[in-house]
Design a protein around this ligand. Structure first.
Ligand SMILES: Cc1cc2nc3c(=O)[nH]c(=O)nc-3n(C[C@H](O)[C@H](O)[C@H](O)COP(=O)(O)OP(=O)(O)OC[C@H]3O[C@@H](n4cnc5c(N)ncnc54)[C@H](O)[C@@H]3O)c2cc1C
Length: 498
């Protein structure tokens, strides 16, 4: 296919043909089916769809649906996503693009909508996200669609399908990333792919015809206090009022983090009392923020230039040659976050399975599954923060009430679920359920990296062997309390009578 403007081209390693159907040049528009990169800026998938629309001289529809029937659907997740839809609507209002938000009223109502739209379209572009129900949704849909369907990877800075191996430890991924990152750093997505489009626009009556019996979402109504009550989703998991979803809120939070917290990130990030991290993982998860925008903002703050770059050394400092805090957060973003995408992209069906653990960890946990547990709790007891340990209970309450959990507490929280469950397999299912039900950033490749890290993924065998854990790394609340500042954290997340 001839491209019209090489600056706009999306690197081919990020684009996958999902079927062999042709582009229908008689179609009425190009459809961007936005499922994971729910943003208007720094989005390769939107950029690719806009390129196709320009090449064909056709209108572009950005179709952003939200279903109700997926596991863990709740007011919390819906509100955050719908906030994002409202952001997208306002950011695209002045653009030569038709934005079509759809929120499924009852399970099954969305059936047929994408197929209906596809019949009018020239081609469909969607998001290539390697986790949760999205890979299987694409596998199902692609067989039914008779126009070209392409998926585009805008997950991170290194394309998820570049590596030809699965990395088992962070330092080998880091070394590989450091060797490859500059090639991809120069292939950034456009900041605003819908700027300077010269596309025909659609009439409202046409849009009504395409949507037929399906209702375009009324985002204002859905964002009202009782706006979600009619939807068949879990209403007990409440929206997090302190966190508005969407690209506009993400950008504001990023700016605030850089201005007020970045300089102390390195020294403060492990201390729960200091609340020193960005809280941007929910925005990265729902695609409201691009990793490119995040990393760029940090390097800009450091006045970084390429000349100061060190040689690849596999270490988590001295590569970008910026301050310790900037180097630290870039390592989280470029090594730890993208390591999880490497696993999920290569093993989408195994990412959450016990048997995907390294052999040493699996064997050791299985050998110790008969060990006597010092405490045993059911899912219900864990969920209601009713263990004997006030530190663990505080972390669980933080998750349930705020939709996030401090990273250090999350590690401890996970290790104790392993310690206090009947078997490691049961611990895994409790971890997945609680993390994905309550955490705004759950259901992500990094949900599984973190949870599987608790059970040994990306780690090494530790000695001496311990009851229940075997060679898997052990952590205790007592040692966390000794090492970390957490008094205020405990006070904040412990009920007065608790
Ligand atoms: C048991 C367990 C479960 C976890 N579940 C999730 C999850 O569901 N979703 C999720 O995104 N992360 C998860 N993590 C990883 C980590 O806890 C969060 O990414 C981090 O706490 C997010 O907070 P932040 O945005 O303030 O991070 P910051 O410290 O501000 O870091 C910036 C970004 O770097 C990435 N990052 C930071 N720490 C890690 C890490 N350890 N692993 C991978 N990426 C990281 C995140 O994208 C984060 O937003 C889990 C970790 C554990 C131990």
């Amino acid at each position: 296919m001839t491209k019209i403007n090489p600056i706009r081209d999306v690197p081919s390693v990020r684009v996958r043909a999902e079927n062999s159907a042709p582009v229908n040049t008689d179609g009425e528009f190009v459809l961007y089916w936005m499922t994971a990169f729910r943003r208007t800026k720094f989005n390769f998938a939107l950029q690719h769809a806009a390129n196709l629309a320009m090449e064909l001289g056709k209108p572009l529809i950005v179709f952003e649906p939200l279903q109700v029937g997926y596991r863990w659907a709740s007011d919390r997740l819906h509100r955050f996503i719908i906030d994002g839809m409202a952001s997208n609507q306002s950011l695209l209002e002045s653009k030569q693009v038709t934005y079509l938000p759809y929120v499924e009223p009852q399970q099954g109502d969305s059936k047929g909508l994408l197929l209906h739209l596809s019949k009018h379209s020239c081609s469909i572009v969607t998001d290539d996200y390697p986790c949760f129900f999205l890979p299987s949704l694409i596998r199902t849909i692609r067989k039914k669609i008779s126009v070209s369907l392409q998926s585009v990877d805008s997950n991170g800075i290194i394309p998820i399908r570049l590596a030809d191996r699965t990395f088992t430890v962070a330092h080998s991924y880091r070394r590989w990333m450091q060797k490859n990152v500059m090639d991809h750093w120069h292939e950034k997505p456009l900041e605003d792919p819908t700027n300077h489009l010269f596309l025909p626009e659609l009439e409202n009556s046409d849009v009504q015809r395409y949507v037929a019996q399906w209702q375009v979402a009324d985002l204002n109504a859905l964002r009202k206090p009782n706006g979600l009550t009619q939807l068949p989703i879990n209403h007990e998991v409440k929206p997090v009022e302190a966190m508005t979803g969407g690209e506009i809120a993400a950008r504001a939070r990023l700016g605030n983090f850089i201005n007020t917290k970045l300089s102390d990130y390195d020294t403060n990030r492990n201390h729960p009392d200091f609340d020193a991290t960005s809280h941007l993982s929910p925005y990265l998860h729902f695609g409201h923020l691009a990793a490119h925008e995040f990393a760029n903002a940090i390097l800009d703050r450091e006045d970084w230039t390429e000349n100061q770059m060190g040689t690849p050394n596999g270490k988590n400092s001295g590569f970008w040659n910026v301050g310790d805090s900037a180097e630290g957060i870039l390592d989280q973003l470029l090594t730890w976050r993208e390591l999880g995408f490497n696993f999920a992209a290569r093993h989408p069906r195994r990412v959450d399975k016990f048997n995907s653990l390294p052999n040493w960890a699996k064997t050791s946990l299985e050998e110790h599954s008969v060990d006597l547990r010092p405490h045993l709790y059911s899912l219900k007891e864990f969920e209601s923060a009713s263990t004997h340990d006030p530190i663990w209970n505080a972390a669980q309450r933080e998750l349930v009430e705020t939709g996030i959990m401090h990273n250090y507490m999350r590690m401890l929280w996970g290790k104790k679920i392993l310690h206090w469950s009947k078997t490691p397999q049961e611990a895994l299912s409790v971890l997945i359920h609680l993390n994905n039900k309550y955490a705004l950033d759950g259901r992500d490749p990094n949900s599984y990296s973190g949870i599987m890290w608790v059970l040994g993924r990306y780690d090494r065998a530790w000695g001496p062997k311990r009851e229940v854990f075997g060679s898997v790394r052990y952590m205790t609340s007592e040692s966390a309390q000794r090492k970390l500042r957490m008094k205020q954290y405990l006070a904040k997340h412990t009920p007065r009578n608790g």
